[in-house]
Design a protein around this ligand. Structure first.
Ligand code: C5P
Length: 222
């Protein structure tokens, strides 16, 4: 039997990560943060002194990515080659670097199997850019979550400020717009809603409203 999967795609800063985690918690399902795999690939490539534009060298890094998702009292800890990188991979620069390595065909191929392995019973909530269009094309529920770039930048700023980071709105907005461009215009697996996705504009919705909506859709389908 097929493991049920909910795909949650959309541009950066829409709040997909938070929504996916809350949703997975409510349903008691597994959770895949596919962006973390691209971030980890970018970080590992930098650590090994590899140019991000070198697609075959970066693909080798992606194929051999030595990563563990460990559970402890603080939640999930992400270990890259036995080093804790839970916070490091969230840096804006790592996100930008992730979108550079994510444009390489061989890198995406290398991460495909690893992502599909997360689909285990009772179910999976998969967060990313191409979960519904490439990785889990048969998922019974696909959501494409958007919000205006301005609103996403505001959400990101609040998130970073909550962590104690000093950030400038204009800078965050520029980064978001740049990353959108790269993700939407790349030749392979560009960011777009799957034909059978529900497009959800969350500009005027709270996180809880979004989670309630998706949970309700999921439950009425089972
Ligand atoms: O979602 P997050 O900001 O962690 O993703 C970082 C980058 O990884 C994205 O900007 C995108 O370029 C890439 N990515 C991707 N496909 C995914 C998830 C992330 O190309 N499924």
């Amino acid at each position: 039997t097929e493991t049920p999967v909910i795909t949650l795609d959309g541009p950066g800063g829409a709040g997909k990560g938070t929504v996916s985690m809350l949703l997975a918690g409510r349903l008691g399902w597994h959770f895949l943060d596919s962006g973390a795999l691209y971030r980890l690939t970018a970080l590992a490539a930098s650590n090994h002194g590899i140019e991000l534009s070198q697609d075959s060298a970066v693909a080798v890094i992606a194929e051999h990515l030595d990563v563990r998702f460990d559970q402890d009292v603080n939640g999930t800890q992400i270990m890259l080659e036995d080093e804790r990188v839970t916070e490091n991979i969230r840096e804006e620069q790592v996100g930008i670097n992730a979108s550079i390595v994510a444009a390489h065909h061989r890198v995406r191929d290398a991460l495909l199997k690893r992502q599909r392995a997360f689909a285990e019973l009772p179910g999976l909530v998969a967060d990313g850019r191409d979960m519904g269009t490439v990785v889990f094309t048969k998922a019974p529920l696909k959501i494409f979550m958007t919000a205006t770039a301005d609103e996403r930048a505001q959400r990101r700023v609040r998130q970073l400020q909550a962590k104690g980071d000093v950030v400038e709105f204009e800078r965050v907005l520029t980064d978001i717009v740049e990353r959108d461009e790269r993700d939407q215009n790349r030749a392979i697996a560009p960011l777009r809603p799957a034909d059978d996705a529900i497009v959800l504009d969350t500009t005027n919705m709270t996180i809880v409203e979004v989670v309630d909506y998706i949970e309700n859709e999921a439950r009425t389908r089972n």
